[in-house]
Design a protein around this ligand. Structure first.
Ligand SMILES: CC(C)(COP(=O)(O)OP(=O)(O)OC[C@H]1O[C@@H](n2cnc3c(N)ncnc32)[C@H](O)[C@@H]1OP(=O)(O)O)[C@@H](O)C(=O)NCCC(=O)NCCS
Length: 156
């Protein structure tokens, strides 16, 4: 049995572990526990019989822009469509909120292209979206690529 759903607070420590493993490889930014609890409603998790299998967050930056971030799939589940399913889940939520555009900062542009994103110049994104990058050792010379997906407004 597996599903994508909102996380429970009791899963936040496991979420941090999955994020820490990916952050150690510099694939995602590390997140501290207080930040995860505070922003837990941004997240969706994929769970199976082994527990937490993946996570993703939709973080709203401003009225027309949100970031798809903290995307990690457990090692043994990769390549089975779980990452795409997590991205589609947050894209669907963004569409419900009538957000015009979602973006990701990534070193895996191919993965996001397969989910309908296209590469743009990082400078096309407002400066404020880089505020979390400031503590990163790679800032400002980071090689992450900005990928965006324009969304259709929902019809009432
Ligand atoms: C990136 C990640 C989330 C992908 O999750 P996944 O469940 O393995 O991806 P999916 O199986 O849904 O793949 C969807 C498509 O993207 C492709 N894809 C997956 N990982 C890819 C990669 N590393 N490079 C290029 N393409 C990739 C798949 O081949 C698939 O294409 P297809 O539909 O033509 O078969 C996962 O590899 C991961 O957790 N990596 C470590 C953390 C990380 O890098 N996160 C992204 C930070 S922005």
């Amino acid at each position: 049995m597996y599903m994508v759903r909102k996380p429970k607070l009791t899963e936040v420590v496991s979420m941090k572990q999955l994020l820490d493993e990916a952050a150690a490889e510099e694939q995602v930014l590390p997140r501290q526990l207080p930040e995860l609890y505070e922003n837990v409603r941004d997240f969706y998790v994929y769970v199976d019989e082994r527990g937490l299998g993946g996570l993703v967050a939709l973080h709203i930056d401003m009225v027309d822009l949100a970031e798809v971030r903290s995307l990690v799939v457990r090692g043994d589940l990769r390549g089975r469509g779980v990452g795409r399913r997590l991205v589609e889940t947050v894209v669907a939520e963004a569409e419900l909120l009538d957000i015009a555009r979602v973006y990701a900062l990534t070193r895996l542009p191919e993965f996001f292209e397969k989910s309908g994103f296209r590469e743009v110049d990082r400078n096309e994104l407002p400066y404020k979206v880089f505020k979390d990058c400031i503590g990163c050792r790679l800032y400002p010379g980071c090689d992450e690529i900005a990928m965006v997906r324009d969304l259709a407004a929902t019809k009432e």
